[in-house]
Design a protein around this ligand. Sequence first.
Ligand code: MFK
Ligand code: FAD
Length: 497
Amino acid sequence: IGGFFQQKPVLKNPFLEDALLQGYLRRHLPSKAVYSELLVFGERLVHEVDGWGRECETTPPTLVTYDAWGCRVDRIVTSPAWRRMKELSAQEGLVAIGYERTYGEWSRVYQMCKLYLFSPSSGLYSCPLAMTDGAAKVIQSLGVSGPTDEAFSRLTSRDPGYFWTSGQWMTERKGGSDVGSGTETVALPQSDGSYRLSGFKWFTSATDADMTLTLGRVADRDGRTTPGSRGLSLFYAPVRNQQGMVQGIEVQRLKDKLGTRQVPTAELLLDGLPAYRLSDEGRGVACIANMLTLTRIHNSVSAVAGMRRILQLARDYARHRSVFGKPLKSHPLHIQTLTRMEVETRGAFLLVMDICRLIGREETGQASQLDAHLLRLLTPVAKLYTGKQAIAVISEGLESFGGQGYIEDTGLPAMLRDAQVLSIWEGTTNVLSMGVLRCIARTSGLILQSYFTHTQSLIATDILPSLSGAVRSVDSALCGLKEFLQDAAVKPPGYLE
Ligand code: MFK
Ligand code: FAD
């Protein structure tokens, strides 16, 4: 009954639809090769990958604990689409680009632009890629040698048959934020210099990974360990043997989650997991910090990508949905709503890309002291800010579809569910804020001073108005630090007076 059927919002090539992204690349990385690669990739996303992403959502992973004969197998079964995402990630060099460095200091920007296009269609494959990239960075920064030699070449490979993904196992039942007091995992030294890990990892995402980086406490001959953060060391462990079976691990269960249902997130009992120590004893947190920097950048990229995707769909819908006699796009109030979302998204994009630029400079040895300070300060700030922004913008985006924004098989509600995690994993908002404050206090405010003196003058002279919006937001967050600095008896820098 009734002849009207609403035209659904159509996903178009996300690269061609994104004027800001194109403008940014024209300005900073004006390469024909980059342009055409992203153009082709955008087509592939629309016609191929986006469908796989939906399949990852509708066919979530399952855990098979025993085989038919009662043997413990602990096999995580993922969808064919999830496995195709792994192949595609290798082929497209989604991790490799960051290490090939074809575009020098701009290679990270290029890699992150590609991931930004990929993320909303990836069925959350962006999650294992973030950890894989983080692991490669840690290994590279510590010097690739011994057992990590093969791991590094696999993590950064473009060969789908050789490519590995990595996990990042930090969180235990007692503490995910405060890993210093929360980590109970013990590392027993072996005669060949390796270790056996025993403990319980409470959240491990993308547990179908081939290897992991994790934290544990080295035990002495009497089994004693050092408490606190200073007792933690960083370990590398291959997760599976030649037959693809987990070794020294029992998968207790998969988590039943609000969102990110595409990703297998498991609780793991480590029962003598063979591992190699990567950091000096007691330097685990400081060494895994390189991973945190990169995964937090990935998190911010995914946050902005989610905002951009909902906007692209909402804009398309506004052209075709008519209400009160005219299309939504002709209603000023609706346009005001979309415009506010657009401004948030643009500001966040430029902020995050600037951080990608900074890490690219650091990795190619071109970072000044100021760049290093800005990278350290802005990475957690951008992660905490864009995590919250994405939830708000995507929620607003759902409303712009009216009731349809609430209907599961439009694919829209999953976007909001998946966004909700962005402010939790990789450090919650308040924990990141405390980390930033500790870092400022340790440098006696120097790091903050760098931000105010240099970034402000940059805005005045150079940067697009929308970036100044983003920086103003960061400004107000940082100005809120004054009270803390006083509490911590650190002299507030003059510009906060
Ligand atoms: C779509 C993309 C998604 C991405 C994938 C997501 C998958 C999900 C994966 C996870 O959620 S993994 C778990 C993530 N967990 C966290 O992020 C933990 C959050 N907690 C914190 O960040 C705590 O602040 C922290 C564990 C770092 C506190 O530990 P400590 O030992 O009390 O840290 P402290 O004393 O501040 O720093 C110890 C050392 O590390 C210091 O170096 P030094 O000893 O040389 O002075 C710090 O400078 C250094 N450090 C800490 N944070 C750093 C850092 N260095 C650089 N960057 C940082 N961010
Ligand atoms: P808690 O540390 O107990 O925090 C509880 C609350 O206390 C939070 O609101 C926090 O902000 C607040 N809080 C804590 N400390 C302070 C403070 N000093 N001041 C003010 N407030 C504070 N972890 C991994 O290691 N690997 C993974 O692969 C992984 N995957 C995950 C996947 C999903 C879907 C989720 C939801 C989590 C995952 N995590 C993973 C765990 C995640 O990193 C932790 O949940 C997160 O870091 C918070 O730790 P927690 O859960 O122990 O919370």
